[in-house]
Design a protein around this ligand. Structure first.
Ligand SMILES: C[S@@+](CC[C@H](N)C(=O)[O-])C[C@H]1O[C@@H](n2cnc3c(N)ncnc32)[C@H](O)[C@@H]1O
Length: 245
């Protein structure tokens, strides 16, 4: 699955589709992206207030979605990805960063030494890759954030196993790309690399197929205001810090 998933994003058609279909204006993913953007910009402003703006290291940066989200709030941004095609698209769609192609496996890539504080973002990678690739991504974050005061890690889980999406799991169990990750799995993964989750935020309880239903969208918008929503949201961001000083 590793190489399959990695290779998917080296195909020009898949790259184009990611940008123009998955993230088409008003799509399911775009709506979530807009909410994440507001949340992340607020998080970065609050967390790094009174400090130098952070350096962003975006692992599995793809077309630079997380980099564009934080334009203007970071000192500089570095995008790391296995796919030169995705990073070429990133530059084409206006993501501003230094781009670094990394191998799909092997030793943990080394983040560029660009100083602190740092902010590591890992979006839409963990769900669909096997454990060694998940561990490698978080090990990369641990290198970029050697101790508690170094900054923050934000990771996305776009298939929370505790959400409504789980109802589809049985039907899709033989499909290559249907994966799930529970909060406990994400927390255990982070813990293995010395991170503790300091905040968890949910962005939608809907699956893409419910995105077109007005009533479902209304219910989702009401649910997002309820405390504890992140527990059953499909799409979740986890903010973490290294435990040790
Ligand atoms: C679904 S895209 C997500 C892109 C971006 N982070 C976002 O949220 O829009 C997954 C990205 O992971 C990259 N990728 C796949 N396997 C990888 C690996 N082993 N190491 C680093 N990046 C990888 C792909 O090339 C692709 O750009």
């Amino acid at each position: 699955m590793t190489s399959d998933y990695t290779e998917v994003f080296q195909d020009a058609e898949a790259v184009e589709k990611y940008e123009t279909v998955t993230y088409a204006p008003d799509s399911y993913a775009s709506r979530i992206n807009d909410r994440q953007r507001d949340y992340l910009r607020r998080l970065v402003r609050d967390e790094f207030e009174g400090q130098h703006p952070p350096v962003q290291h975006d692992f599995a940066c793809g077309t630079g979605r997380a980099i564009r989200t934080l334009h203007g709030l970071v000192r500089e941004a570095h995008g790391y990805d296995t796919s030169a095609e995705m990073m070429a698209k990133a530059a084409e769609v206006g993501s501003r960063a230094y781009w670094h192609q990394v191998p799909m496996d092997g030793p943990v890539p080394t983040p560029v030494a660009a100083g602190f504080p740092a902010l590591v973002t890992i979006f839409r990678l963990l769900l669909n890759v096997p454990d060694p690739i998940r561990d490698r991504a978080i090990a990369f974050a641990a290198k970029a954030l050697p101790h508690r005061g170094s900054g923050l890690l934000v990771v996305e889980n776009h298939g929370n196993a505790g959400s409504l999406r789980h109802l589809r799991a049985k039907r899709h169990q033989n499909e290559r790309w249907f994966s799930e990750l529970s909060h406990e799995q994400v927390e255990a993964l982070l813990d293995r690399h010395g991170f503790e989750v300091v905040e968890r935020q949910g962005f939608s309880m809907l699956t893409p197929s419910l995105h077109g239903h007005k009533v479902a969208r209304w219910a989702d918008s009401a649910a997002r205001r309820v405390p504890g929503f992140d527990g059953y949201a499909v799409n979740v961001l986890y903010t973490a810090r290294r435990v040790h000083a």
